[in-house]
Design a protein around this ligand. Structure first.
Ligand SMILES: [Zn+2]
Length: 89
């Protein structure tokens, strides 16, 4: 990564630090790598997502779509299927 990449990553972390967790809506506690570093993901800004600790720990190195399909996020708003169904009604 270049110095510009690091600067952008730092700026983006600061911007999303107070956003709700992208997975469950709880307060953000950590920055998640959407594509895990262990899975070849980068440390660039466009691989960051605001996350609560339970979601980040639950996701760990799981690919994003598999994590979402399993409903492993720390939601008190139901499973992914329940939330999709609720949106349609
Ligand atoms: Zn969460």
């Amino acid at each position: 990564m270049t110095a510009e990449d690091f600067r952008e990553a730092d700026e983006y972390r600061a911007i999303i630090a107070n956003d709700p967790c992208v997975y469950c809506g709880n307060p953000t506690e950590q920055i998640d790598h959407i594509k895990p570093i262990a899975g070849g993901g980068s440390d660039r800004w466009d691989n960051y997502a605001a996350s609560c600790q339970p979601c980040n720990l639950s996701k760990y190195t799981t690919p994003l779509l598999l994590f979402l399909a399993r409903g492993g996020f720390a939601s008190n708003r139901g499973t992914l299927e329940e939330r999709i169904y609720a949106r349609r009604c």
